[in-house]
Design a protein around this ligand. Sequence first.
Ligand code: GDP
Ligand code: MG
Length: 371
Amino acid sequence: PEAITIQELANRMSERAVDVIRMLMKQGAMHKITDVIDADTAQLIAEELGHTVKRVAASDVEEGLFDATDDSTDTETRSPVVTVMGHVDHGKTSLLDALRHANVVSGEAGGITQHIGAYQVTSPETGKKITFIDTPGHAAFTAMRARGAKVTDIVVLVVAADDGVMPQTVEAINHAKAAGVPIIVAINKIDKPDAKPERVRTELLQHEVQVESFGGEVVDVEVSAKNKTNLDKLLEMIALQAEILDLKTNSERPAEGTVIEAKLDRGRGPVATVLVQRGTLRVGDIIVAGAEMGRVRALISDQGETVQEAGPSVPVEVLGFNGPPEAGDRLAVVENEARARQVTSYRAHQKRENAAASISGMRGSLEQMMS
Ligand code: GDP
Ligand code: MG
């Protein structure tokens, strides 16, 4: 059942909690400020204090925040968003680093100072951009999927040619398949004398990843992150796959996106890396993500530059949240602060209720265990 703490009820009415407690006392109930009262009692008190009560359902609050079902206005082509996955030590970080520098003109090499959780690479061949999410790790991918966020268009599966398919390789394959995301295989460490790329292809077959040379449709590229071999080919294959996917968006609408990672920075306050997916995010926009809200104070690009706006498939650091949201939280721009407060206070309430429910569930099972 719906419930609310006395403190929160007072906050929402802009009344003092003592007045709420006094009112409850008149009705014969003694309460502390942290006590939880049910929705009916809360409504009674609110009306006694002269407030009009409007009970809201999730559908009312969340209504209109995301427009994902209506893609009729998505007519612009957008860049693909790629996540690199694979077994530990197979070279995910090395490959991401090598790709990051693949499009940097030599003199510029020292210029990359800022590191945000995602970056864009411009293919030297096609001039087209590809967005890489630089939070390798299945945990991040899983966390995002658990929150219903779909950020990745393509998974690049890194398999070390000297090690072959390993447990986390299989995990990554399963993640990609469950999410319905196409895989491109990067057979890495091809420079090693004991590299056996053909063995990798055979092992992949056992996990229903059938590469082209085996009659399948999965593209594989032999690469060396160390020697920067075939990186341009990998980029080309990603661009090709993106063309097949025919990715569309609409930049002319309020922004929607997903939080890739977020933290509380000592100097700058809450900082979130956001992948914009539709629309354009601008400085000054009022935003909500999970149970957090804010007003965009600054946007910082993957190059560490301050920018005024970020369009679809562009990753940016967002400053201006009141608190750090969580990875996988979806970001939306809303029309005003009142709306932002309505959404976030509702979600914060839901979150507390869920936490309380899981704690009492835990107690229950603990008691069972003790008896
Ligand atoms: P991750 O755990 O998947 O992120 O793997 P890392 O990128 O940290 O790489 C693990 C190790 O493999 C490091 O010592 C890298 O230097 C090495 N490594 C990565 N790519 C290559 C490659 O193409 N060739 C060789 N010889 N070593 C590589
Ligand atoms: Mg790594």
